[in-house]
Design a protein around this ligand. Sequence first.
Ligand code: V47
Length: 353
Amino acid sequence: MDVVEKVRNNARIGMEDALKLYDLDLYTLGSLADEKRRAMHGKKTYFNINRHINPTNVCKDVCKFCAYSASRKNPNPYTMPVEQIVEIARHAWENGAKEVHVVSAHNPEAGLDWYLGMFRAIREAVPEIHIKALTAAEINFLSEAYGLCVDEVLDKMVENGVDSMPGGGAEIFDEEVRDYICKGKVSSRGWLDIHRKWHQRGRKSNATMLFGHVENRAHRIDHMLRLRELQDETGGFNCFIPLVYQRQNNYLKVTDFPTGQEILKTMAIARIVLDNIPHLKAYWVTATINLALIAQEYGANDLDGTIERESIQAAAGAQSAHGMPLEEFVHLIKDSGFVPVERDSLYNELKVW
Ligand code: V47
């Protein structure tokens, strides 16, 4: 059976076949991924009204791709007081946001009470908002910095009101690439273990992959296969998010940036390989909005959300600092031939626009 037949017969795709998929022409690969997408979600494209909050940029770690952390090329360290974070969440809720996405850096001076107290305070002030917070990299940092085991950190997150975990910090699991781009940060095994433990608590999370820098195609497939294996075990991942590397203001020397074709092929292959993760997000912040809209025809069924503010990828050149107005977002999805479905953070449908 050739690889196209295997995909059409719903066979599981391994490393060798996934690499062969990259060699197909874009249209053939796109239509295979689109068949999967349509079978799962029809023409629906999910999004949410959310608010990203990045509460500190002070970081003890040095990831070469990061333009956000202070003390590197970005000389403006900040740490928001809890009251400010709560005010942002309250304001976002009053303006229709259903979720705060709280991701920041590994700040050795902020203290455990600051990291966890912000969630308690948000929960008290805005009881119904969904708190998606702390990447596995931050959890690993808190565990090491405060002498707690991962289970204790996860229990404290739950106690303080965190609902689900974002997918950040995964980068690329291949140990050699990982060592080169983000030495010292959570290991690949550590990242997967933290998500496993979170899922064992009955909680959901997402998974990202940072690509388009020094990794190759096999590294991307390996990353997806490690996620698929964990998902077979726990079923706790809602969504896979391939993040396209943004190149400005950082220390990673990259010479060959991926073309639009390579980005779309990677999305399509993710839809095919990750047969057990229900949602594939074309994150408009890093893909650019136009490519994200096209990615809807290459397997993607989620465009993230309105965001309102974003600092991590914006620091590296993405056009995301002020989010995207809701009306524009809805219009773009409709105009591209898909049905905009507002969802909550756990993919319950709230409104078909
Ligand atoms: O892990 C850092 C990435 C991630 C760059 O779960 C960069 O729904 C591109 O967790 N170019 C954090 N990416 C963001 C994150 C996230 C974002 C959107 C949705 C979800 C979700 C999670 O930002 C980090 C890192 O991979 N990042 N620098 C850069 N130069």
